[in-house]
Design a protein around this ligand. Structure first.
Ligand SMILES: Cc1cc2nc3c(=O)[nH]c(=O)nc-3n(C[C@H](O)[C@H](O)[C@H](O)COP(=O)(O)OP(=O)(O)OC[C@H]3O[C@@H](n4cnc5c(N)ncnc54)[C@H](O)[C@@H]3O)c2cc1C
Length: 405
């Protein structure tokens, strides 16, 4: 008989919830963390009476009553409502964009006036086929909002100008035509009064925690302590998630729940939902989570659409994935969506066109810029000249007015 039932790597929210539930189910856990503190990225430290969020501000927010009640067992939450403001050269604007923002920006008072202003600016810009994030944003909300509230912020976040970011990053920009500064639509939100560290401490009460321990540096010895291999060892091949790809493939309800959370950027709920599939533990709220997923079931995608991989970014590089799997790992410096079965990608300064299986179909050495294929042809800039190429790479001249934006 081994000393522990479970070895849990990481004393963040995920590890702490797991440890708490395992303990409740009569299991003994050892939690290790390579940092010198518990709570992972939600760690807060008291500095001159203020709970400073060391790794970035965290506001707990959820629509799920069970999740809210669950975290409230461990901490009392304040009534914080996230209502950020942007400082643009000394002018203060409310975010997300709402009637308060529009009133400050244009002096408009009614939703109709604000809508008319946005439409007027969109029309003036005249962008019908946005080719980068700047064009996409202007085509969605007009020039003023883009220049003052999107351009600088987004460029800083991504570490490159909006003109060099693909349009797909923002499919839509939520614009509210009410006087409501609340950032989240979630029913429940707040920050624990005593900070997140105290909340996680309560979750871990009665569980042994060892800090400054890197699991990867001492894997075998640590594994030998617990009956169960770590979740990492058991599910390592499935990216550390608590399910096997096979199981998820045969379980549409779980898939829908996870997809829903992922889509909404609900990271904590996403991880808790993953926990629900843990082999030995039964967690709270499954019925509600599934009910929500079913209510918001995404419209079925057509065969062709489902097979077209979608561009995604990870660690500043671009890859392609379908709903089911990653088709091309993130390895490109730049990329476009697929059009006509081909996507333009940039690698080490050279542009290529790849097919939906990730094979290079056409290379474009010396091209400074390229456009997606349309009508069997793509426009590229080579040696400072705009030319057209077809799918075989044959070049042809193009009239100046043939060029889109
Ligand atoms: C700036 C920022 C703001 C955010 N804001 C919000 C928000 O407002 N609301 C929200 O819901 N979510 C927010 N999130 C997301 C939230 O931080 C995470 O979803 C949540 O903290 C994840 O918890 P976790 O336990 O899965 O991972 P983590 O908190 O990352 O914990 C993982 C732990 O594992 C440890 N570890 C990793 N490898 C090893 C190893 N080899 N050996 C030992 N230990 C190891 C790490 O040291 C870490 O402590 C934000 C994230 C960031 C970065």
């Amino acid at each position: 008989m081994k000393q522990y039932d479970y070895l849990i790597v990481g004393a963040g929210l995920f590890g702490a919830v797991f440890a708490h539930e395992a303990k409740k189910a009569g299991k003994k856990c050892l939690v290790v963390d390579k940092r010198d503190h518990i709570a992972g990225n939600i760690y807060t430290e008291a500095v001159e009476g203020i709970n400073v969020h060391r790794y970035g501000a965290h506001i707990f927010h959820t629509n799920n009553k069970a999740v809210w009640q669950y975290v409230n067992q461990f901490a009392e939450f304040n009534r914080y409502t996230n209502s950020p403001v942007a400082n643009y050269h000394g002018q203060i604007y409310n975010l997300p964009f709402n009637m308060n923002t529009f009133n400050k920006m244009w002096g408009v008072v009614t939703p109709a006036e604000a809508k008319a202003k946005i439409e007027e600016q969109k029309k003036e810009a005249g962008i019908t086929d946005p080719q980068n994030l700047e064009e996409q944003a202007i085509s969605l909300v007009g020039t003023d909002i883009y220049e003052k509230l999107i351009k600088g912020y987004t460029g800083k976040q991504w570490g490159r100008p909006c003109t060099e970011l693909p349009a797909f990053i923002i499919k839509r920009l939520p614009v509210r035509f009410t006087y409501d500064n609340n950032y989240f639509n979630a029913l429940y939100q707040g920050i624990p009064n005593g900070g997140y560290t105290a909340m996680v401490e309560n979750m871990l009460e009665g569980t042994e925690v060892r800090l400054n321990v890197d699991y990867l540096a001492d894997r075998e010895a640590l594994n030998a302590l617990a009956e169960d291999p770590t979740l990492w060892d058991r599910y390592g091949s499935s990216d550390g998630l608590l399910y096997t790809p096979q199981r998820i493939a045969s379980d549409p309800a779980y898939r829908e729940t996870l997809a829903l959370f992922e889509k909404r950027g609900m990271a904590v709920q996403y991880r808790i939902a993953q926990l629900l599939t843990a082999p030995t533990l039964r967690l709270f709220g499954l019925a509600e989570l599934l009910a929500e997923a079913v209510r918001e079931k995404p419209a079925a995608r057509s065969g062709t659409e489902a097979e077209t991989p979608e561009l995604f970014a990870e660690n500043g590089r671009w890859g392609y994935r379908t709903a089911e799997r990653v088709v091309v790992a993130p390895l490109y410096d730049n990329g476009f969506d697929f059009t006509e079965g081909l996507a333009a990608v940039q690698l080490g300064g050279t542009w290529h066109y790849i097919d939906t299986a990730g094979r290079t179909r056409l290379s474009c050495p010396g091209c400074a810029a390229v456009k997606p294929f349309r009508g069997g042809k793509a426009q590229v800039v080579r040696n400072g000249r705009r030319i057209g190429i077809d799918r075989a790479g044959t070049e042809y001249p193009v009239a100046e007015n043939e060029f889109a934006i």
